[in-house]
Design a protein around this ligand. Structure first.
Ligand code: SAM
Ligand code: SF4
Length: 321
């Protein structure tokens, strides 16, 4: 699919639930958010049908997200189903890792192509302060199991913890063949309460500990991460810097929310609501045309500024990151 700016849209993030077993301070309020009714959440059959239709328009890569995707029963089976759709080349998942160990075997069986594990600190207290749950040990067991299984693993960190925690996470890429990626905070919902720690600022911090930046080899991925490495590192450090190094001109993504809205930009609620069409007997052709029209109108770029922005129509946990 092409949008009106000539961007090729081939990547879909699917949020399978708005629920989560954690309450990260930049993502969700402490008391959570009003939950969607079960009947308002797309069924797996509806998601599979949507992806079948979208694979016909050029969607090739899928990321399963949430909320926390592993809290939804049967999500590993969904991954297996999506993998078997002609045209879908890759299905990956992003998770907080706390339920990963018990789901790993099923994920491997389903053929998952990669796992992003979100861990913001390796310090138990600081991790609990960010996530409001004392579940670091579970997340680390999940991470370890994924590495042991030989899966393609990336660690995502929103840098809100002290410098020492950021350096300790970077050391994981020194000691293991994986990517540790620092994601700039998006000023959306709870995220507005946190200052931006920019790519340049973090680079300076990393250089002070690990020496000069070296260029990384090619890293497989679907998105805008820029990778570097340092002397003696087995893996790489990535930066996803949507605020300080805006990458909208090469944006290739769409998002499908748990309640069936195709969102064409993280900030704006532009897109189309598929759920009614999926439930009123509409034919695939109508659904496809609706998506293609919405994609054509994908905004040129976001207008978030550090520390503020509009875009509060849906919170990050409802969009899927
Ligand atoms: N629960 C899963 C997880 O944590 O990976 C999947 C959903 S979560 C919304 C996806 C990603 O979005 C996580 O890496 C999380 O850290 C990130 N995220 C949440 N709120 C954010 C914000 N305001 N700015 C930047 N990233 C954010
Ligand atoms: Fe849950 Fe992920 Fe949001 Fe944390 S970032 S509250 S784990 S959805």
């Amino acid at each position: 699919m092409l949008d009106s700016y000539g961007r090729i849209i081939d990547y879909l993030r699917i949020s399978v639930t708005d629920r989560c077993n954690m309450r990260c301070v930049y993502c969700m309020p402490e008391d959570g958010i009003p939950k969607l009714d079960h009947c308002d959440i797309l069924t797996y059959d509806e998601i599979i049908r949507t992806v079948r239709i979208m694979s016909g328009t050029g969607i090739r890569k899928i990321k399963i997200t949430g909320g926390e995707p592993l809290v939804r029963k049967g999500v590993t089976g969904l991954i297996g189903e999506l993998k078997s759709i002609p045209g879908i080349e890759q299905v990956t998942i992003t998770t907080n890792g706390t339920l990963l160990e018990e789901n790993l075997e099923a994920l491997v069986r389903a053929g998952v192509d990669g796992i992003n594990v979100s861990i913001d600190s390796l310090d138990q207290k600081n991790y609990a302060a960010v996530t409001r749950k004392d579940l670091l040990a579970d997340a680390l067991r999940g991470l370890g199991a994924a590495l042991e299984a030989g899966l393609n693993v990336k660690i995502n960190c929103v840098p809100v913890s002290p410098d020492e925690d950021i350096l300790a996470l970077a050391e994981l890429a020194r000691d293991n063949p994986l990517q540790v990626r620092f994601i700039e905070i998006m000023p959306l919902g709870e995220g507005k309460r946190f200052p931006l720690r920019s790519e340049d600022e973090l680079t300076e911090l990393l250089v002070s500990r690990f020496g000069p930046v070296l260029s990384a080899g090619p890293v497989a991925g679907n998105g805008p991460a820029k990778y570097v490495t340092f002397e003696g590192f087995r893996g790489n450090i990535g930066f996803i810097s949507a605020i300080s190094h805006k990458f909208c001109s090469s944006c290739n993504r769409l998002r499908l929310t748990a309640d069936g809205y195709i969102k064409t930009c993280l900030q704006f609620d532009t897109g189309c609501f598929l759920r009614p069409l999926l439930r009123d007997g509409s034919e695939d052709g109508l659904i496809r045309d609706t998506i293609v029209r919405a994609v054509y109108e994908k905004p040129r770029c976001h207008e978030f500024a550090p520390g503020g922005g509009n875009g509060d129509v849906r919170l990050m946990s409802q969009i899927g990151g």
